[in-house]
Design a protein around this ligand. Structure first.
Ligand code: COA
Length: 385
């Protein structure tokens, strides 16, 4: 059977962040609550001229530069922080990247899970048409109300992946385990900028979904626990992944091995939650920060989107994978960022896009090549510098 999976992947993160130590100081609480209690260090913050489209284009452009656009016939854009109720954000990205016109572009939503649906659909499409390539993008701005328990778990980033036959990075196994249940652990009505949520309840449902999807994965012929050498989790905050991994190991009767999941948390601690992109940032983090050669190793992945839909699946790392990573570029993005003060953070947080259709020009602030140059007549004006 033809192997199908991820040929290359990259991420983008805005260049501003607030350190959680700064947030802790403002709230007068022990910074250890954030660094150890939830396992986070920084919250990435987009500027006025950055959003899910510009981050997505930045993440995807490097893949197009290195692997070309030929054969890309589908763009699947996964997000829960969409910028339009009707038009897919992927259409802007399609134009910014100069992708072929004979291509479809759609947006997928199911909280933090939708990129996994996109990846599985991309694999299905390539199975039917092995010459096709699919650009899967996950891009989100995770924003919670200030002064709530969710505030330290904000963040922003985009991950782009090229999916094709005989991939160079990771072959995705066809066996998966799924779980859907109608619950209200986190949701965002159309009229709200920020979600309503019950973090503790959500964490419990997440842990239950780990086991539920694992059982279904096993029932569908998935790999044994001991055959998976690394685990990647959706990380609303990195301690969630630690708890999930212990929970799964216990259920599988294995000795908890924190190291099997820890490489996947390195980037998340520096970025914060990035919703749909989170699991895939964890996968990049695992591949780029693991000291071990992961060639031929099998990795387990757990995707969770509140509401809720979850999936456990797996894949095998392909020989030569290290040559296809963007380790130096990503390290550079993470290291060369500017810390903002608490007041700088509130300024970025409070900013809202104009709603009256007037023309607004935004000065260039982002460090990327794509930006939101302004608004006019209720339209968002994206440019490539
Ligand atoms: N040093 C070290 N650890 C500390 C600490 C300190 N000074 N103070 C508190 N902690 C620990 C607590 O013991 C707790 O650990 P535990 O989880 O092992 O019990 C942890 O820090 C969190 O503190 P707690 O007071 O229990 O939680 P909170 O009310 O601040 O809320 C979340 C934490 C994660 C629930 C909250 O940030 C949240 O709701 N985030 C949104 C997550 C979400 O909904 N995601 C969407 C679904 S995936």
């Amino acid at each position: 059977m033809t192997k199908i999976g991820i040929d290359a992947m990259s991420f983008y993160v805005p260049h501003r962040y607030i350190a959680l130590s700064e947030l802790a100081e403002h709230h007068g609480i022990d910074p250890g609550k954030f660094s150890r209690g939830i396992g986070q260090e920084k919250i990435a913050m987009p500027g006025a001229d950055e959003d899910i489209v510009t981050m997505a284009a930045e993440a995807a452009q490097v893949l197009i530069d290195d692997h070309g656009a030929e054969g890309i016939d589908t763009v699947l854009f996964a997000t829960e922080t969409g910028i339009d109720q009707s038009k897919a954000a992927g259409i802007y990205v399609h134009r910014l990247l100069n992708l072929p016109e004979n291509c479809r572009a759609v947006e997928l939503k199911q909280a933090c899970y939708s990129a996994t649906a996109a990846l599985q659909m991309a694999c299905g499409h390539v199975a039917r048409k092995p010459t096709a390539r699919v650009l899967v993008i996950a891009s989100d701005v995770a924003r919670y109300d200030r002064d709530t328990s969710g505030e330290p778990t904000q963040g922003a980033a985009a991950v782009a992946m090229l999916v094709c036959a005989n991939p160079g990075l990771m072959e995705i196994d066809p066996e998966t385990g799924c779980h859907t249940e109608d619950i209200m652990d986190f949701w965002r009505p159309n009229y709200r900028r920020t979600p309503l949520f019950d973090g503790k309840y959500s964490a419990l449902r997440y842990l239950d979904a780990v086991l539920s999807t694992w059982r279904d994965y096993q029932a569908n012929g998935g790999r044994r626990y001991e055959d998976l050498t690394r685990f990647c989790y959706h990380l609303p905050f990195s301690r969630m992944g630690e708890k999930a991994h212990r929970h799964l190991a216990k259920h599988a009767g294995a000795k908890p091995d924190a190291a099997a999941a820890s490489d996947g948390m390195t980037y998340a601690r520096q970025v914060g939650n990035c919703y749909a992109a989170s699991l895939y940032l964890s996968l990049i983090s695992t591949l780029e920060t693991s000291q071990d050669d992961l060639t031929d190793q099998a990795i387990g992945l757990f995707s969770y989107g509140s509401g809720a839909v979850a999936e456990f699946f797996s894949g095998r790392i392909v020989a030569g994978y290290r040559d296809r990573l963007y380790t130096a570029r990503h390290a550079d993005l993470l290291q060369h960022r500017d810390a903002v003060s608490y007041s700088g953070y509130t300024e970025l947080w409070e900013r809202v896009d104009p709603r009256d259709g007037t023309a607004v020009t935004l000065p260039k602030q982002s460090r990327g090549q794509f930006r939101l140059a302004g608004f006019n007549e209720h339209q968002r004006l994206y440019v490539k510098d």
